[in-house]
Design a protein around this ligand. Sequence first.
Ligand SMILES: CC(=O)N[C@@H](C)C(=O)N[C@@H](C)C(=O)O
Length: 790
Amino acid sequence: MTHPSISRVSLGSIAMDDAHACEAATDKGLPSGIDASMVDEYASQSKLLQEFVKIPNIGKAWIFSSKNENTSRAMVSIGQSDLLANKKRNFLLNSHISKSAAKSVNFQWSPFPIEMSGVSAIVPSPSGEKLLLVRNAEDDSPTKLEIWGPCQLENEIHIPKYVHGSLYADAWFEGISWNQEETFIAYVAEEPPQPKPEFNDSGYKKECSSQKDCKSWKGQGDWEDNWGETYSKKRIPALFVANISSGEVRTVKGISRSLSVGQVVWSPSSSYSLVFVAWSDDNGFQETPRKLGIVYCYNRPCALYAAPDPFKEEADKPSTDSKADTTAMVKLTADVSSAFFPRFSPDGKFLVFISAKSAVDSGAHNATNSMHKVDWPADGKLEGSLSVADVVPIVMSPQDGCFPGIYCSGLLRFPWLSDGRTMVLSSVWGSREVILSVNVASGEVSRVSPLDSDYSWKVLALDNNNILAVSSSLITQPQMYYGSESSQTDKSFQWDWQEISSPFPKPSDKVSSLLADHKFSLLKIPISNPSDKLPDGAKLPFEAIFVSCKDSTSSPTVVVLHGGPHSVYPSSYSKSLAFLYAQGYNLLVVNYRGSLGFGEEALQSLPGNIGSQDVNDVLTALDFVTKRGLIDASRVAVVGGSHGGFLTTHLIGQAPETFVAAAARNPVCNLSLMVGTTDIPEWCFLEMYGKEGKNCFTESPSAETLAQFYEKSPISHISKVKTPTLFLLGAKDLRVPVSNGLQYARTMKERGLETKIIVFPEDNHGLDKPQADYESFLNIGVWFKKYMSK
Ligand SMILES: CC(=O)N[C@@H](C)C(=O)N[C@@H](C)C(=O)O
């Protein structure tokens, strides 16, 4: 006799429920949005996409050296999408590194990773003997700082919400820094909110209480600005220092509330121990009395400042002088409009930083960077701004194949080789990500990643003079490499790269064979309209990445366009693009003029010419591959997001015979609508009018300006459109609000054109939550299959 266990009963009942649910769905017809003719395609593509989605990706890495110079240890963070929970999960994997005399290196990975659930940041101390884990709470509970020793939790600091909110652990404001003695941690966290007015039966309560009282309610008070897209809950990032043994937390005083701070590091000076970046609420020259959106916007003026450590300042103050003013903070880089990513040289003599002054001065949201340094006063006395010297200037027009300038979106916490003068960083060089070394004394820049590689390379961590890096291409999954200095000439380092044993399981045979069915190349495309008015750098060829099937001419092609417009599609692996070409397509990824990685003149040639120069570059690239017999020009689709969606919708309007299908992710379709609703209205002015746009920006454009915005927008070409188009929109997008895509899509419907709209209610501009990302690319795959197989 069998006794069904409780779990068997409950599993059985789930199966019954599922069966009933399925029957009910069949009775009612197909679920919303599923095209009856594509059900099998939808099911098979959804299965394939799961295979791509479950492959983990490499995040950050840290290396801990040991007394024995032939061994060290690595810790690598790994991310994996959890579709069901709609979250990204993060794991840590450890490895023992041993180096032989012959310079071969062996990584021995621990058998399993450990999940870091609820951890927002991981920061090892300078000696590598302690580890800080930050746990931000999603509710009203305190933020936790955990200090770990080699095999124990040494201290746990709970910081209530009235002291500060979450620690910033993003790529922009984040600054979490141990002092050299490993006794204090400086960090950036959200300033506690101002109390709200409280009301009860008798009206306004003059005395507010922190207790919850069921007979009163909180009002709203004044609306407060935030930093826009992805930062809608962030108002004022402020600076704090925690004593890791006592757990005491102090605010760094004397910083104006109109400044938002980030990226704090400890200085070698005893009086001004903290150096950080600050952005002003009024956005500097634009003198807009509001915070404009900041994510992806390097054109916000910012400067480096120094302030005293609040613990030290208190200790140094004579006891009788308790009312003395706090030492004022000092602005260090008054002469340059942008300064960020501060790093002290190991001997403390220089402070090196990156600048996006060209972005700030021109108004373009991103541009070629420069690198600078200031001499740090040996006595630590700071009386005002320091004299800023150039290390690497902006490259206006690179010679063929030569260094195009720095494009830097992050620096290692300790980016120095053992000479204490050479910094290692990741940058962009044409359509590749590359690793560079910069000698900050001489300004010499060298490419550290292999010169003959069209793959993309990123530095993960330094192991003394060796580099742990990750390399990938659009058709090759990320693989870790260890770079060792092979010979050191008088001036420069040389590098040997060894592939290291991968801790990751091999992708399924199916995925591997789909990737292996393709090859990729970087195409240099001459521009089609080399007018004399253009500066030399804007007449140089731009690039496109061509991912081709074995027989490219008998396969359909998808044109892929990045947003920004001042960003780039690098040659690195992208699961979404791999899933797309795995359907048997060629990809033509166009890095039109205006993209990062090609020098400043090419980049600055786009503002003022959007909707024409960029559109022509894409059509020129398409013409280039067609004329060389590389593709079948009768089966081409186009996909792009944001400014890439602006191009997508412009292309189907301006070249209505060219594309058989299109997909637009949060597209800019109507600048005259966007300008009044986006978090970056000045972007519309700048891209529309070029540098002039910076001077004529206003919150209330005239009817004439609005008409010009409309003329430059894809919506003005909609009467010519024929292409079936899919729209993927995030209802919480503050950058290109959902109304832009909806208006265009509804007009297409009004005109009887084939249109499909999916709105993700909880997603913003990036559409990057796992479920939105999955459903978007699945629908792009099915939409393209439907129209490209005809
Ligand atoms: C600066 C900016 O956000 N521009 C948008 C219009 C855009 O194109 N966004 C980019 C970053 C994107 O790819 O989403």
